[in-house]
Design a binder for this molecule. Structure first.
Ligand SMILES: Cc1cc2nc3c(=O)[nH]c(=O)nc-3n(C[C@H](O)[C@H](O)[C@H](O)COP(=O)(O)OP(=O)(O)OC[C@H]3O[C@@H](n4cnc5c(N)ncnc54)[C@H](O)[C@@H]3O)c2cc1C
Length: 614
C-alpha cells in the first residue's frame, strides 16, 4: 500500500490529493497521460435515436461500443456524471476519489438489526458517477467467477446463458497482456487475446510481503495457484487486474474512448435520466426524459431504451417510470404502469467482516510516495502510483467444508504501515467505523503494521432491497442490505473467519510477532478474542460492503419472481432492456466487474442479432 513518510508518522492516504494536483499539472503540460475525453454531442431536444442507453458505466460503455460497430445504428448514450478525473486513471490515486463528485455517495438504511459499530448504522455504498461507472472507481481486480455460478443461472431457465456463451463473451472482452501468464500453456488459452479490456497484473512494490502472505495462506490450506481465474478460483494468488503499464483500463478507457468521434454515437454527459417514457395502454417504451444543465429534454427511441444505470439506479428508474411493486408505487404517488413485484428486490452483495492482525513493522519495507515516485511513475509507470492504494493484489478463495464445489469465502488484504497519520480518517471515511473501533485500530497501529484482511461471504442467502424514498428522481433511494437476515449466513461467516484468523499462527506472522487485535466495541467486550461469540459479535456490528450490489432487476423466466427475461428484456413491456449488474439472478463467486462486462458483451450480441438486419 503506497504511503508518504514524514518524520513523525506515515501517511497512507492523505498525500494522494497533493499528488493528484501535482499530476494534474504534469498532465496539462502533456507530460503524462493524454486524457481521451468524451465530448458532449450536439443533440436536439425531441431528437430520435434507434437506441438510447441510460448510464455510461461499466456495462453501458460496452453496449454503446458494440452497437456502434453497426454503422446504421443511431445511438444516444446518456450519463449522469462526466469524464473520470485524472485520479481515476492512475491506480495509486484511487483513494483521492474518496470524496469526489464522480461518485453517488450512497449509504445503506439503518435497519436497527446490524451495524451498531458503524456511524448511524449506515454503511458506505458508493457508486461510480462518471463514464466507466464502477470500473473507473474500483480496485480493478478482475475475477470471472466460478463456472457453477453461470450454470446456476442457466439451470434457472436463462437459456441464453450457457457456459459456452458466457465463456465466449468473457474472452471476447479480454486482452491478456501479462508476459508471464502468456508463457504458461495452461493459462494463456483461458483468456481472450484481442478484446478491448486490457488485463495484466500490478507491478507490485510490496511483492516481498505479499508473497509471504501467500505462503502463509498456503500453510493454512489455501493452496497457492498461479492464476486464480483459470484455476477455478479455489486457492490463493495474485489477481489479474484491469490495469496495465500503470494505467487503469476502465470500460471508459477500453470501450468508450475509442468510439468518441464516431458519427453514429452521441454522448450526453452530466445529464440525469428522470423517467422512461412508456405508453400506458400498449406498454411500449418510446423514449426518456432527461435533465441537463437545468433544462428538461426529451429523446425518443425507435428500437429500444437500454437501462444500464447499475443495481441501485436501474430499479430506481424503473419505479420512477411506473414499473415496480404496485403498493410501493402508490405510496409514492406514482401511477403504476406495470405491477412488477420483483423490481428492487433480490439485492445481493458480498459483505465484508474485518480481521485485524498487527505485526512488528521493522521487518517490513514500506512503499513511500514522494517526489521520486512521481518521477518514477512518469518515466516508467511503476512504483506505488501504478498499483491500487486500497487493497493489495493478493486474494484467497476457500470453502468451509470439503463438499462445497464453489468457493464460499474470499479474502482481500490491505497493509497499513505503522503509525499511519490518517488511519483514523481512513477507517472513518471508508468503513464508517465508530470512534471506539477506530481508536482501537489506531492504538495498535502506533507501534505495529496492520494487516487488514477483508473477509467476504460469496454466496449469501440473505437478500435486501432498493426502494424509493420519494417520487423525486434526485432523492436518494433507500437501500436495505439485510445482511445476516438468514442465520445460515452468519454460521458460514463465523466458520470462515475462524479459518482465516489462523494465518496469525503461520511462520511468517510468528516471525513478525503477529497478533490478532481486538476491535473495541462495547457490544463485544465480554467475548474472548477469536472465539465464535467474538466473531459473531464483530460480524453483526461491523459488517460492511465490498460494493458488489447485484440482483435488483433479476433475470428469470417468471415475471412473478424476476424482472427481465433471458434476453434481458423487461417482462410485460416492450422495447426496454436492462443490461448491468442488476440482472444477475445470483451473485457470482468473486468481484463482479468481470461478469458485468460479460453480461454487456452477451447483451450486445442479442441486440445486434435482433436489429442488425432491419
Ligand atoms: C468502490 C468500489 C470498488 C469496487 N471494486 C471492485 C473490484 O476491484 N473488482 C470488481 O470486479 N468489482 C469491483 N466493484 C464492483 C464493480 O465495479 C461494479 O459493481 C460494476 O462496475 C457495476 O457495473 P454496472 O454497469 O452495473 O454499474 P455502474 O458501473 O455503476 O454504471 C452505472 C452508470 O449509470 C449512471 N447512471 C445511474 N443513474 C443514472 C441516471 N438516472 N441517468 C443517467 N445515468 C445514470 C451512473 O452514473 C453510472 O455511470 C467495486 C465497486 C465499487 C463502487
Amino acid at each position: 500500500m503506497p504511503c508518504l513518510t514524514n518524520a513523525s508518522c506515515t501517511m497512507p492516504t492523505s498525500g494522494a490529493q497533493m499528488f493528484a494536483a501535482a499530476l494534474q499539472v504534469l498532465t496539462s503540460a502533456q507530460l503524462l497521460l493524454t486524457p481521451q475525453e468524451i465530448p458532449d454531442s450536439d443533440v436536439l431536444n425531441y431528437q430520435s435515436f434507434d437506441f438510447i442507453i441510460v448510464g455510461g458505466g461499466t456495462a453501458g460503455s460496452v453496449v454503446a461500443s458494440r452497437l456502434s460497430e453497426v454503422k446504421h445504428f443511431k445511438i444516444l448514450l446518456i450519463e449522469a456524471g462526466g469524464n473520470p478525473p485524472i485520479e481515476s486513471n492512475i491506480p495509486g490515486l484511487e483513494k483521492a476519489m474518496a470524496d469526489s463528485d464522480s461518485k453517488w455517495k450512497y449509504v445503506s438504511t439503518n435497519n436497527g438489526a446490524v451495524d451498531q459499530g458503524i456511524i448511524n448504522g449506515s454503511i458506505n455504498l458508493s457508486r461510480g458517477k462518471m463514464f466507466g461507472g464502477g470500473s473507473s472507481l474500483n480496485e480493478m481486480l478482475y475475477i470471472r467467477g466460478h463456472n457453477l455460478d453461470f450454470q446456476d443461472w442457466y439451470d434457472a431457465g436463462n437459456k441464453e446463458w450457457s457456459l459456452d456463451d458466457v465463456n465466449r463473451c468473457f474472452k471476447k472482452a479480454e486482452s491478456l497482456q501479462n508476459e508471464k501468464l502468456l508463457k504458461d500453456p495452461t493459462i494463456k488459452p483461458y483468456y481472450g487475446s484481442d478484446g478491448p479490456l486490457v488485463l495484466n497484473r500490478f507491478n507490485s512494490t510490496d511483492t516481498d510481503i505479499t508473497k509471504k502472505v501467500l505462503k502463509s495462506w498456503h500453510e493454512i490450506g489455501f493452496r497457492h495457484v498461479n492464476d486464480l481465474n483459470s484455476a477455478g478460483l479455489f486457492g490463493s494468488g495474485f489477481a489479474t487486474v484491469i490495469a496495465s503499464d500503470g494505467v487503469r483500463r476502465s470500460t471508459n478507457n477500453a470501450y468508450l474512448a475509442p468510439i468518441r468521434h464516431k458519427s453514429n454515437v452521441k454522448f450526453l454527459k452530466n445529464a440525469l435520466v428522470k423517467k422512461i417514457l412508456i405508453t400506458h395502454d400498449t406498454k411500449v417504451v418510446f423514449g426518456v426524459k432527461v435533465e441537463k444543465d437545468g433544462r428538461n429534454l426529451t429523446f425518443y427511441s425507435t428500437h429500444e431504451v437500454i437501462l444500464s444505470a447499475g443495481a441501485v439506479n436501474s430499479p430506481q428508474l424503473l419505479m420512477l417510470s411506473g414499473i415496480g411493486p404496485k403498493e410501493h408505487l402508490r405510496s409514492k404517488n406514482i401511477t403504476c404502469v406495470l405491477d412488477a413485484p420483483m423490481v428492487g428486490q433480490n439485492l445481493q452483495d458480498h459483505l465484508v467482516v474485518p480481521i485485524t492482525i498487527y505485526a512488528d513493522r521493522r521487518e517490513i519495507p514500506v512503499a513511500e510516495i514522494g517526489p521520486s515516485n512521481i518521477i518514477q511513475y512518469i518515466f516508467n509507470r511503476t512504483g506505488p502510483l501504478a498499483e491500487s492504494s486500497i487493497f493489495t493484489d493478493v486474494s484467497a478463495f476457500y470453502a468451509t467444508n470439503k463438499k462445497q464445489r464453489q468457493p464460499e469465502c474470499q479474502l482481500h488484504l490491505s497493509i497499513i504501515p505503522r503509525h499511519a497519520c490518517d488511519i483514523k480518517e481512513y477507517f472513518t471515511s471508508l468503513y464508517r467505523y465508530k470512534d471506539s473501533v477506530v481508536d482501537s485500530i489506531a492504538n495498535f497501529n502506533k507501534n505495529h503494521t496492520l494487516f487488514f484482511f477483508a473477509f467476504n461471504l460469496l454466496h449469501p442467502y440473505s437478500t435486501g432491497n432498493v426502494s424509493l424514498s420519494s417520487n423525486n428522481p434526485k432523492d436518494t433511494p433507500l437501500i436495505f442490505t439485510n445482511y445476516f437476515n438468514e442465520t445460515s449466513d452468519l454460521k458460514t461467516v463465523i466458520k470462515g473467519l475462524k479459518m482465516a484468523s489462523k494465518v496469525v499462527k503461520t511462520i511468517f506472522f510468528k516471525s513478525l510477532g503477529g497478533f490478532l487485535g481486538r476491535m473495541e466495541l462495547k457490544e463485544c467486550d465480554a467475548f474472548k478474542l477469536d472465539s465464535e461469540d467474538y466473531w459473531e459479535c464483530v460480524s453483526l456490528n461491523l459488517v460492511t460492503s465490498m460494493n458488489h450490489l447485484v440482483g435488483t432487476c433479476k433475470m428469470g423466466p417468471d415475471p412473478n419472481t424476476s424482472v427481465v427475461d433471458s434476453h434481458l428484456k423487461v417482462h410485460g413491456v416492450s422495447h426496454l432492456r436492462v443490461v448491468d449488474a442488476s440482472v444477475m439472478p445470483k451473485i457470482t463467486s468473486g468481484n463482479i466487474l468481470a461478469p458485468t462486462v460479460m453480461i454487456a458483451e452477451r447483451a450486445a450480441e442479442m441486440i445486434r442479432k435482433q436489429y442488425e438486419d432491419l
